[in-house]
Design a protein around this ligand. Structure first.
Ligand code: NAD
Ligand code: TYD
Length: 353
């Protein structure tokens, strides 16, 4: 038995593969194009491990995906590969449409061809799991109930619109062709290997470098944070026990305004890596808001809790402390990903704010 993962060199995919191979010996094939967000260093600990195969390639490359399916005969595909940063989708939406929509379409067609050729138990057991986001549901008002699986899709950013489109394709390939799919819509993740363009790792990296900590708008936008390995365990539960054709919302019941996240990070850094210049909170800087900024996301995770018995293992307090400790212990990793391309992105996104 083997599973094929796409986008496994990114933040969540790398955590998923590391977790998977810590927990079992089933081989993993990782198809990743190594965009700016993909980093083979995330999986360096698997070098020489016969259970892990890395293939550098594009999910839009149908011939490559066909040949990987034919060669490795996986029992499941877990699809993480995507362009994932909202701010980048505002500056340049084209790549989001290509990877997130055309890429998902290409995988679905390749998997449909492969799955149709399977027989008996192998055909019945096969799964295509699509990893998606709560952002497809749009923005909640302060007193709205959290997103349930039945909420309307109301994506507001080019990123969330492209993910919504991919979710619809996956759903349609199930309803039309009977493809055995599952979908998860997860809230904001945080943890190790998180690329420092996203809020939590960006704040840690900037604070340690003595740079400003940029807060978009009034900092009162709310996100629902989940420690990344809890997302990984949810995906494993869905692969094992999820019902075919179903959608599962995944979240940690941890709604927090951005400013509170940033103040928590400053307090942890003050404790674990105090600066002689004073509290890191002195670096907090309010900057121009993100266009179309969604005000609040929150996940109702009762379906996956009830049907699959999944629960997060970390609280926000334990997860955020582990995260800060990981970044303090891995400053070389951060320095390595802060390449010329990273610096160009920081200038582009923050210079005008
Ligand atoms: P990421 O940006 O860190 O990693 C994406 C990975 O996909 C990278 O390794 C990149 O090289 C690869 N990739 C990009 N385009 C590709 C292509 N055309 N072909 C092959 N590989 C390609 O993203 P992430 O934060 O790890 O997110 C993974 C998935 O989880 C995405 O589908 C995202 O929408 C979803 N998700 C993310 C979050 C979050 O908080 N980060 C929350 C919910 C859902
Ligand atoms: P982000 O990590 O980009 O995730 P998403 O937009 O997918 O939720 O941003 C999390 C929140 O933090 C979001 O409300 C935007 C805000 N934010 C800032 O205030 N400053 C920043 O520099 C960044 C990157 C994000």
């Amino acid at each position: 038995m083997t599973i094929l993962v796409t986008g496994g060199a990114g933040f969540i995919g790398a955590n998923f593969i590391l977790d998977w191979l810590r927990g079992c010996n089933e081989p993993v094939i990782n198809l990743d194009v190594l965009s700016y967000a993909g980093n083979p260093e995330n999986l360096a600990s698997l070098q020489g491990d016969s259970r892990y195969t890395f293939v550098q390639g594009d999910i839009c490359d149908r011939a490559l995906v066909d040949s990987l399916l034919a060669t490795h005969q996986p029992r499941a595909m877990v699809h993480f590969a995507a362009e994932s940063h909202v701010d980048r989708s505002i500056h340049g939406p084209g790549e989001f449409m290509r990877t997130n929509i055309t890429g998902t379409f290409t995988l679905l067609e390749a998997v449909r061809g492969y799955w149709s050729g399977l027989a008996g138990e192998a055909k019945a057991a096969f799964r295509f799991h699509h990893v998606s986001t709560d952002e497809v549901y749009g923005s909640l008002k302060a007193d709205d109930p959290p997103f349930a699986e039945t909420n309307r899709y109301e994506p507001n950013s080019p990123y969330s619109a492209s993910k919504a489109a991919s979710d619809h394709l996956v759903r349609a390939w199930h309803h039309t062709y009977g493809l055995p799919v599952t979908i998860s819509n997860c809230s904001n993740n945080y943890g190790s290997y998180h690329f420092p363009e996203k809020l939590i790792p960006l704040i840690i990296a900037n604070a340690l470098a003595g740079k400003n900590l940029p807060i978009y708008g009034d900092g009162m936008q709310v996100r629902d944070w989940l420690y990344v390995t809890d997302h990984c365990s949810a995906i494993r539960a869905i692969l094992e026990r999820g019902r075919v054709g179903e959608v599962y919302n995944v979240g940690g019941w941890n709604e927090k305004p951005n400013i509170e996240i940033v103040k928590t990070l400053c307090a942890l850094l003050d404790e674990l890596a105090p600066s002689s210049a004073g509290s890191y909170a002195r670096l907090i800087t309010y900057v121009a808001d993100r266009p179309g900024h969604d005000r609040r996301y929150a996940i109702d995770a009762r379906k996956i809790e009830r049907e699959l018995g999944w629960r997060p293992a970390e609280t926000f307090e334990t997860g955020i402390r582990k995260t800060v400790e990981w970044y303090l212990a891995n400053q070389a990793w951060v320095a390595n990903v802060q390449s010329g391309a990273y610096r160009e992105w920081m200038a582009k996104n923050y210079a005008q704010r």
